[in-house]
Ligand binder design. Structure first.
Ligand SMILES: [Zn+2]
Length: 202
């Protein structure tokens, strides 16, 4: 079963092919410069690709005895809309019972109203990409406020600068990416080469 987890190289090849991983000269809304950019929903617009990625991630949870012993009474949780296709794919592969996702309303991450009605199963938080880790940390807090426990966490891609644990829960990923970020244009190698910058929205 472990053999069916796609390698980091295979996943990066998929992300490049679908345009989800882009190389160039990018400027983020916070002013940081970077020679690469991930726009993960581009990989999830192809059903077959989405399935390979989500099933691959699901196997990282399946091999965890703590998690597999609790299936199917498990919830798959997404911190935002971008993680919803990941959550549905992982749910499908694990036959987990529930799916929830958070959204930002007036700048605050929250679940839909009345979602605490009924039982909330132990939770696995999944996302398409973990850049800083803030989204999953906020989501873990929401899960605990619902009275549920976090038993797993993971993403297709995790920046190595982000945390690799959520408390005592390891964060699993198919790709660990060493992201190069420059605080400003002064330090950016593409700026020194006069490469035209491309502004990205997230
Ligand atoms: Zn630059």
């Amino acid at each position: 079963m472990v053999d069916l987890i796609p390698s980091s190289d295979t996943v990066m090849e998929i992300l490049k092919r679908t345009g989800a991983f882009r190389e160039g000269h990018f400027v983020y809304p916070n002013g940081k410069h970077s020679p690469h950019y991930f726009q993960m929903p581009l990989a999830f617009r192809y059903y077959d690709t989405a399935r390979v990625l989500a099933v691959g991630l699901s196997r990282k949870f399946r091999v965890d005895r703590d998690i597999s012993s609790q299936l199917p009474k498990v919830s798959i949780i997404s911190p935002s809309s971008a993680g919803i296709p990941v959550a549905f794919g992982v749910r499908d592969a694990l036959s987990a019972e529930q799916i929830y996702w958070a959204e930002k309303e007036e700048g605050r991450r929250m679940f839909r109203q009345y979602i605490n009605n009924g039982e909330v199963n132990p939770c696995i938080i999944v996302d398409d990409i973990i850049r800083s880790g803030h989204a999953i940390e906020e989501t873990a807090k929401l899960v605990r406020e619902l009275g549920a426990t976090v038993i797993g966490c993971g993403a297709i891609v995790r920046f190595t600068s982000a945390p690799d644990r959520l408390g005592d829960v390891p964060i699993r990923s198919l790709v660990e990416f060493d992201a190069h970020m420059y605080d400003s244009g002064d330090a950016c190698s593409d700026c020194t080469k006069d490469a035209p910058p491309e502004r990205v929205r997230f």
